[in-house]
Ligand binder design. Structure first.
Ligand SMILES: [Zn+2]
Length: 65
């Protein structure tokens, strides 16, 4: 059951790790960084902290269940 949830979740996480790692505030390209994903029920919250200026961005994705 856990593995059935894992693959779509990992795919979603990978997709967000690949895109939009450039900080909109200072323009730093956090090439080695990633969006950290936290699941709360049927919602995934992503967070990225810019290592240069410390700006925190958040995104919430509904899994649509
Ligand atoms: Zn920044």
């Amino acid at each position: 059951m856990a593995s059935a949830y894992r693959s779509p979740f990992e795919r979603l996480k990978t997709r967000y790790s690949d895109v939009d790692l450039v900080c909109p505030k200072c323009g730093y390209d956090d090439d080695d960084g990633e969006w950290q994903a936290v699941t709360t029920g049927h919602v995934v919250q992503y967070r990225h902290i810019c290592p240069s200026c410390g700006a925190i961005r958040r995104r919430t994705i509904s899994l649509g269940h």
